[in-house]
Design a protein around this ligand. Sequence first.
Ligand code: GLU
Length: 549
Amino acid sequence: MLGLGDLQIWGSAMAVRVRFAPSPTGHVHIGNIRAAIFNWLLARHAGGAFLLRIEDTDLERSTPEAIATLLDVMRWLGLDYDGEPVYQTQQRPAHDQAAARLLAQGDAYRAAKGGGGEAVLFRIPWQAEAVPGVVTVGPAELAVHPSEPVRVGPDGLQYSVPTAKGKAVEGGACLAGYRDLEIVDAAGAVLFRLDAVIDRGLAGESFSVTGAASLRFTRRAITYHDLVKGPLSKPLDSLRDFVIVRSDGSPVFHLANVVDDITMAITHIIRGDDHVENTYRHLFLFHALGAAAPAYAHLPMIVNASGKPYSKRDGDAFVGDFREKGYLPEALFNYLTLLGWNPGDDREKLSRAELVQAFSLDRVLQSSAQMDAAKLLNLNGQYMAALPFETFLEGVRAAISRLPWGAAADATRLEAVARLMQSRTKLYTDVAAWEYFFVDSPSYDEKAVGKFLRKPGVAEALSALLAAFEPAAALSSPAAAEAAIAAVATAGGFEPGRLNQPIRVAVTGCTIGAGVYETLTLLGRETVRRRLAAAVELSRGGAAGVTSA
Ligand code: GLU
């Protein structure tokens, strides 16, 4: 356990200390790991510390397996952290101590919540101006529904507001939300003044004011400057006092999260913008615990094509999905940095060192970032192409071994095919399409056969090619293949290059692959001739009388 220590840890000259604070669930969403990456990049850029805090208080979800998955994903992505991970469950004494301190200071109180006994609530302070970031906005007036009383108690105000259709909708907030509050009736007469009551100490008193028409008060707001989103604020009359310790004694996220950030002397909190609402509350907690608040940077969501939060329904969303599909960690890492950030120029493929050098929070975009699976795949292809051949070959071997025809694949040929295909392989799983290099006859793609083989003149041209490839030297090199094909094309009245796709389909069964001359040379004369002969038949729709060259 770390000691709560000196709480005055913030200073301008202080080195950057950031943390990744996931709640392990067994799956690591790309949005979460992107937050980890941005924290890591800031720490490495600034020469600071990147810490890991495992928020494992949800014992049902934070199983040892879920934690192991998280650590494994971080290792795979090269997100090395400084020091030992901090487990939130082990910080409990610090949480309890902080709750006791807040109670003793009068910043928290016990109240019955949800029928399960007494919880501890944090009180948004009436003297809110003492909290950095709290500002006076100005006079405000809020109409309340006349049929419902306004209740004033130690935990705040409760009232009903009228909807356009005259219905009553419940509202309410902490007392601090209503500085100078006057509850007035329809005629403008003041029914209740809050400050007078507070001044004489509102010890457990509650009031119910009937016949109220509106609330007049001075609005205050808590503000802060988000390093990504700019100035943000929330009126105090939209905040309620909040539970920090449940009735069973367990600390709530707000308390544990803030106390741990103080204990770990965190200087910058970089996390998803679903936490902005929590931040307004946390700023009060930091102050009440005698600590300056860290700087905040809230990252916009990763969204799908229709702008909704990107989830499993939209495609692969967990780091493990990409890993299983054979994505390279460096490519995924690079891609995720570009989701909501850019290096300030048009570079897209950046090495880790370049990313560390270029990273800064002020180029994190304010708008949400759209997941683009095709772009990630292309980037992965660029990383695959740049791998040292031996590394690539190793990955290829592993991928091939999982295929039904893989065990029988000839090692020398595999190496040659890998050399030919590396620059166009986007994922290791693409090697499944290399089958035609290793089996007796390829499986023909029906559509490709119809489109390229069953066309006038193709059967004759393939026959002619079969004959042209009879001499041993005819397929000794890609250049020789090219010359032979050009001659057959000219004789058959085909424009240059027009025979290439039919020939590719004839010998590989499909329409995509490496250059056709290289492919033919690698397949070898014997295989090519055998396949050309079969393709002539296919081309004629299986008609009798196929002539052999
Ligand atoms: N465990 C929380 C989460 O994963 C903490 C977030 C944070 O403060 O960074 O959302």
